[in-house]
Design a protein around this ligand. Structure first.
Ligand code: ADP
Ligand code: MG
Length: 525
């Protein structure tokens, strides 16, 4: 009985009321607005210089790599030009010691090595033929680099690391251009690969979802719920009040903003805090930062459950996990015990006890133990899903699309193992969205949270495509620029293929594209 009462008490610590949700949505709105006005706010709201979404007609083969928090994925993507794609990929866990390596080159050398292994495994023939070419520039593989850490983007293929998150800590890399770090290691291996573009995984997810949704898809937001959490959405340029340095194409009147919502409410104005949340925060590499992420994402949820349950086992009044064999119980902290916790939560009681033994080294758990465990894990997961609904609701409301008769469906691309595999994660988000004023059950039905499978790979390929085209057209664009004064309009129309420009994605660093920009305007207007 004592166990049941204590379990209830702990579960209640993780509950978030509908009133709280509404207050949090207002708070998000205000912090988001602040981030669009000035630098140095808790929500960074980073302009990405990507000002248009793909329409599904893009074509070509590109390499893409994705450094998440847990895995490194290397893939090649064939965009078929009809909203479909074929993706081949290898996935490896990032060795723990490299996450805190002394030198950046240790980590990036490992990444380059994985790219070499992938090329040998899946593209050996092209690889060899490129190596034997004399004009290497023509036949190089363009690579899109998905890098899901806060970066100050300076060009389509240039960005300096602001800070590490999700357990990485390599001070040597801070302030350095991560594309150069990767390119240097690729060059050491003599690989015919050029880092053509740098993209945040949320932006990649948004682009990938737009590509697969095709024309009329109008995806609003790309969201990640994996090791960490973050979102990128399309915002009106007129709402971005802080200065955006450099050149970009303003013809669409919109730009993708990388919110870095993992840092929402670092000041803890409204976020719930249990003692376990505070303990965990203190032990991370970035205490006081990314506090929203530490309540929502895969890297932290299992650890919250572990600590809550561990405290219960220390309470002599309770009988949790204290049967005959309890002395051999050793519920240790590893980097990420999430998957073990969630699989134990998702299955029936018999299987759950089996999971507790097999993956968490807890023996002789009783049925009551297993039920208490399920309740705590469920409460932590439910709180995460309701928290996850906060930025989604705020961004949907702010977009005005609910009152737009032309947007019957508000499309959102989501990626990350938590969103994909955690039982009912998306259902719990929908339930929370329905409780938000201004959305309600009818509005929630119009919001579609669609898994953007392999989103970051496809998104990175799309950005690499744009970068490669910009590079290819650079000399033509420069020629056009020189002749701009002398030649009448007809020339501009003929020097470039309008389809080449259909994607319309421009990024900082596209200074070279003045000529192109002219041509594009002429094609669009
Ligand atoms: P990355 O963040 O490296 O891109 P993922 O999207 O695969 O990688 O996310 C990994 C995170 O997802 C880990 O923190 C892990 O605990 C969590 N996770 C993996 N499987 C599940 C699951 N079945 N249920 C809930 N969370 C999971
Ligand atoms: Mg990821």
């Amino acid at each position: 009985m004592a166990l049941e009462a204590e379990t209830k008490r702990i579960v209640s610590l993780f509950e978030l009321s509908d009133d709280w949700l509404n207050k949090a949505v207002r708070e998000y709105h205000s912090q988001a607005d602040e981030g669009l006005r000035s630098e140095g706010t808790s929500l960074s709201q980073i302009p990405t210089y990507v000002t248009a979404l793909p329409n599904g007609k893009e074509k070509g083969v590109y390499l893409a790599v994705d450094l998440g928090g847990t895995n490194f994925r290397v893939c090649s993507v064939r965009l078929n030009g009809d909203s479909t794609f074929k993706l081949t990929y290898n996935k490896v866990a990032v060795p723990k010691e490299l996450m805190t390596a002394e030198k950046a080159e240790h980590l990036f050398g490992f990444l380059a090595k994985q790219i070499e292994i992938f090329m040998h495994e899946h593209h050996k023939d092209e690889f060899e033929s490129i190596r034997s070419q004399t004009n290497k520039d023509e036949e190089i593989f363009h690579l899109g680099f998905t890098f899901s850490y806060p970066v100050k983007q300076l060009a389509i293929n240039k960005g300096t690391l602001i800070r590490w998150t999700k357990g990485f800590d390599i001070p040597d890399a801070i302030g350095k251009d991560v594309c150069v770090l990767l390119q240097t290691e690729l060059d050491k291996l003599h690989l015919p690969v050029r880092v053509a573009a740098l993209v945040n995984d949320t932006v990649g997810t948004l682009l990938a979802r737009s590509y697969t949704a095709g024309e009329g898809g109008h995806t609003l937001l790309g969201a990640i719920f994996g090791t960490g959490t973050n979102g990128a959405y399309i915002e009106k340029l007129s709402n971005i009040k802080k200065p955006i340095e450099g050149e970009y194409d303003d013809s669409t009147g919109e730009m993708i903003i990388n919110t870095e919502w993992g840092s929402f409410d670092n000041q803890l104005n409204i976020l719930p805090s249990t003692t376990w949340d505070s303990e965990i925060d203190k032990e991370t590499v970035n205490p006081g930062y990314h506090v929203f992420e530490k309540r929502v994402s895969g890297m932290f949820l299992g650890e919250i459950v572990r600590r809550a349950v561990l405290d219960m086992t220390k309470n002599d009044q309770l009988s949790l996990f204290k049967d005959a064999n309890s002395s051999s119980n050793d519920w240790h902290s590893t980097t990420d015990i999430g998957p073990a916790v969630w699989s134990a939560e998702a299955v029936g009681p018999g299987q759950r006890r089996h999971e507790l033994e097999g993956t968490l080294d807890i023996y002789s758990s009783s049925l009551e133990d297993a039920q208490a465990f399920k309740a705590i894990a469920g409460a932590v997961g439910r709180r995460a899903a309701r928290l996850a609904a906060v930025p989604i609701a705020a961004i949907v409301l702010q977009s005005g699309r609910l009152s737009d008769a032309n947007s019957s469906i508000i499309d959102i691309g989501v990626d990350g193992s938590l969103a994909e595999y955690y039982p009912s994660f998306r259902e719990m988000i929908y339930e929370a969205l329905a409780a938000v004023d201004g959305i309600g059950p009818e509005g929630a039905k119009r919001i579609r949270l669609g898994i953007a499978k392999d989103g970051s790979g496809v998104g990175a390929a799309l950005i690499a495509l744009v970068a490669a085209r910009m590079e290819k057209n650079r000399s033509v664009a420069n020629a056009a620029k020189r002749k701009l004064d002398q030649v009448p309009g007809g020339f501009l129309d003929s020097f470039t293929n309008p389809q080449q420009l259909a994607l319309g994605v421009t990024v900082l660093g596209a200074l070279t594209a003045v000529g192109l920009w002219w041509a594009r305007r002429r094609n669009f207007v």
